[in-house]
Design a protein around this ligand. Sequence first.
Ligand SMILES: [Zn+2]
Length: 300
Amino acid sequence: MSDSFCSTVVTFPEGAIEASSTIVHIQRVLGLDPKATHWAVFTEATPFHPVDPTWPDQPGDTGVLLTDVGELPVTGCVTAAVARAGGELLVDAEITAKRGDPEYAWLVCHLVADRAGDLPGRLVGTAAKLLVDRRRRRRLSVAHTACHLTGLALNVNLADRWRKPIRTDGLGRPDFDGVAIVSSRIAEDGAMDTYRLGTSLRKAGFVSEGFADGVSALQSAIETSVAEWVRQAGQITVLTKGSALHDRRTWECVLQEGTARTSCGGTHPQNTGELGSVTVRCAFDPDTKLLTVATTVVPS
Ligand SMILES: [Zn+2]
């Protein structure tokens, strides 16, 4: 790849789902799906959201590229990086650099199913229209905000279990969600978050005695908190420090009790009222000390 490769300009943070841009590079990539090779198509700018390899919570967008050789279905979207000093294109899990490392260009990689082998020569330098699958994007966005609200609701309902001061969330409560989370996976119909209530959380001041007995009450309390925030139709904004893929972004949500903010690289609806009905199921395994919180959303 060229040593002058620029980081991709992204427009998904403000909710864009289509754009026109120039194709700047195409190459075959291997290994993402052992059953098929893909073309990785790169453009100067894109509305497509790629999965983040370091915190793969929200899946990459799908959609189509309208090009001079016809419509190319985008079956997935991942992050790629290339050292500015030159080197191999690293895709998704191959990336070892820290997110946003200035020594690298950070790229949105549109995956197009393999086809006749003449894509690169014919398309590099030409214009393309990029169209994200609108329905899937909306569902992922709604599920992502539901996931954040569930985390805030956990913090509300576990606030009295802390016996030491700990960092607080945007609403001023001890940030259980931020310190105990192990993984987060967002899907079209909701999210699954996993938290560890182990030794390090106890040392940080969390009181876990009797936790298992209160899980069903916790589940109902989370649903009540989230339902109230959905009723408020609080305005959501994704704040950005720049337009490059690796620039830091923050989810901001205005609720009656305050403005919640959390670092987030995903996409979101414009207000919490779009979440419609949210159901939460909590399960705690006393052996592994893992709490799973499954959030299901039926958008309004
Ligand atoms: Zn997020």
